[in-house]
Unconditional design. Structure first.
Length: 179
């Protein structure tokens, strides 16, 4: 008997077997907020495992607004791989918050058994989380979005503008008349 038919059958048998690759992350939702600096209004992105994409910010030469879209599974897989490569579960959560004219990133990652909030400053030394934030911040360019009138509720807080004081609460000091 020839070894070729046995090798052929063995090859077919092995090619039909799938190896089980455990899924370590069960990420359900990712939100990113960019605070914006004095020359930028900021933005917020919400991406979930059902392939929904929500965006608040400037999009396609349109003033700030709320936009929705869908993305494909490959995008979700890429995001998951980038999150795992960044070791988000053990990453430091805080950053220096004393810089005024800079972009801050707030990244909230939710998975089946937990949630983590990470903060990064755009001017700090780049790490894997900051690189991930910058990448997510550009993903709205890859998704076809359509404007919606109803606002979304985001968990992030950096996209929210600071409240303006009422005019009645503003006090003007008297002029200083030193000549």
């Amino acid at each position: 008997m020839s070894w070729k038919p046995i090798a052929f059958l063995l090859l077919i048998l092995l090619s039909g077997c799938k190896t089980y690759v455990p899924k370590f992350n069960k990420i359900t939702k990712v939100e990113l907020a960019r605070s914006g600096a004095w020359s930028d209004y900021g933005a917020t992105i919400s991406i979930d495992s059902v392939l929904n994409y929500k965006y608040f910010g400037d999009y396609a030469n349109v003033k700030q607004g709320y936009f929705i879209g869908k993305f494909d599974v490959r995008f979700w897989d890429t995001l998951n791989h980038k999150l795992e490569a960044a070791n988000f579960r053990i990453a430091d959560t805080a950053t220096n918050m004393n810089v005024k004219d800079a972009r801050y990133y707030e990244l909230i990652i939710q998975w089946e058994s937990g949630k983590k909030r990470l903060l990064r400053l755009s001017d700090m030394k780049a790490d894997s989380i900051l690189s991930l934030c910058r990448w997510i911040d550009t993903t709205y360019k890859r998704v076809k979005l359509k404007r919606v009138d109803q606002p979304f509720k985001f968990e992030t807080v950096f996209h929210s503008p600071l409240p303006k004081p009422s005019f009645n609460n503003v006090k003007f000091p008297p002029p200083n008349n030193k000549y």
